[in-house]
Unconditional design. Structure first.
Length: 444
């Protein structure tokens, strides 16, 4: 779930990283009494007064420097300010108000974002009077703190929380999310056997909930404190084998609906049959719906094996489902219980990838590397330019690429970008999607 973003900004050496490390409880940012130590944006999740948000530590902003490194740090901070919901502006209570502070304040006013003014290094009560000159900036009441001595941090965090956007339903329900797990496949591939084996092995089943249909049964259970709702669906046969008005036709439609409402789909394949045409079609439905998926090869106990059998079978599965080559493949036997214990672990892994959100700065760093390794294509003398990337959503991860002309994006290059992002961020078990948006060079 997306959390509000809080950016810590200010000129160099005002104690931003010291504050960041104290609040996050970890020494994530390097702290040194030298300007320019923090060059990139660093992210960490924070909780205060039952509000969760992501804090961004940035490099110091030197408004007038022409130094390449300091200019890059300034650009990184500008991106952080652009993406943040709340900006925490740090100044130095020992040094007092400077011209650079005024320049940074002018930058902040242009953002139209809520700004909290923190005057750091007010290490003693006798220094509190030092904050009053900062009213000149005209961006609100200054809050005196000492990050090094942990003084005033609660007041600052409370002020930040007051400016956060209202909690969304997703944020409120985040801890209560029940992971929806649909078990789908052709008839007689062992779906119910796998469901029964999974449930039979768990000691903390919470409840049995009657399904809305006779053939889609929802059952909640817990593993290691995580609640899952597993949906046992009817087998999906080929359309030509189903009579238009038959009960089975409606069962199949409800099985498809189960795919649409699930978080992770378990696609069961019969090891004795291999991947059939119908398996491929079901896999296509899962991909079209943007669902995370685990391919489960069941009845593995019925296969005669020799050295390399599993590797060869997995290679063939990946070839038959090459449009879903990101899916992990498990080999098990629901009948004997062989490797059934690996299913929930893999479900957790692919769900984590599907719901993962990548910070904008890191995305753009990777995009820069990708385009440097392989230049975007040119058509009729015009070359594709990719200005910027941001993540719009999760489940599946959805990214927006701002380009000069979306018609210049070739399918092969988009596939290259997908593979590059997978190599960097994993995304095992989930499709990822790109949306192109044209932006003129001078657009803001």
């Amino acid at each position: 779930m997306a959390k509000p973003l809080v950016a810590i900004v200010g000129r160099p050496n005002v104690g931003k990283s010291t504050f960041f490390n104290k609040i996050t409880g970890k020494r994530i940012s390097i702290v040194e009494d030298t300007p320019g130590v923090t060059r990139d944006r660093i992210y960490c999740d924070v909780e205060w007064q039952n509000r969760r948000f992501t804090m961004i530590d940035t490099g110091g902003i030197d408004p007038r420097s022409e130094d390449v490194l300091l200019s890059q740090m300034r650009h990184q901070a500008e991106i952080a300010m652009d993406t943040a919901d709340v900006i925490c502006f740090f100044a130095d209570g020992r040094t007092g108000l400077t011209d650079d502070d005024r320049e940074v304040a002018n930058m902040l006013r242009k953002t139209s974002k809520p700004v909290i003014l923190a005057i750091n290094k007010v290490d003693h009560i006798s220094m509190v009077d030092n904050i009053y000159e900062f009213y000149e900036l005209g961006i609100g009441d200054p809050i005196a703190i000492s990050a090094a001595n942990m003084m005033g941090l609660g007041d600052l965090l409370e002020a930040i929380c007051k400016e956060l956007p209202p909690q969304t339903k997703d944020e409120l329900d985040e801890e209560e999310h029940v992971l929806q797990l649909a078990v789908v496949g052709r008839p007689n591939v062992g779906k119910s056997s796998l469901v029964n084996k999974l449930l039979g092995q768990e000691r903390t089943m919470v409840s049995n909930i009657a399904g809305t249909t006779r053939d889609a049964i929802d059952t909640e259970f817990k593993v290691n404190g995580t609640t899952y709702n597993i949906i046992d669906t009817a087998g999906i046969r080929r359309k030509s084998q189903i009579e238009d008005e038959s009960l089975e036709r409606y069962s199949v439609l409800r099985s498809i609906a189960a795919i649409r409402r699930c978080d992770v789909a378990l696609l069961l394949i019969d090891a004795q049959d291999g991947v059939t045409e119908q398996d491929t079609k079901i896999a296509g439905l899962i991909r079209e719906e943007g669902k995370a998926v685990v391919v489960v090869v069941n009845k593995w106990d019925a296969i005669e094996k020799e050295t390399g059998t599993l590797e060869a079978f997995k290679k063939q599965v990946m070839e038959d489902l090459k449009f879903m080559d990101y899916a992990p493949v498990l080999f098990l036997s629901a009948k004997t219980g062989q490797r059934v214990h690996t299913v929930i672990d893999m479900v957790d892994q692919v769900w984590a990838q599907a719901s993962k959100r990548i910070p904008t700065g890191i995305l753009n760093d990777v995009l820069t590397d990708a385009t440097a390794d392989l230049q975007p294509p040119a058509t009729n003398g015009r070359r594709l330019k990719i200005y910027y990337i941001t993540q719009q959503g999760t489940c599946p991860p959805l990214f927006i690429l701002f380009v000069n002309d979306e018609k210049l994006m070739h399918f092969a290059y988009e596939r290259y970008l997908e593979n590059y992002f997978r190599k960097t961020f994993d995304f095992t078990g989930t499709p990822i999607r790109f949306i192109l948006r044209e932006r003129k060079k001078d657009d803001k």
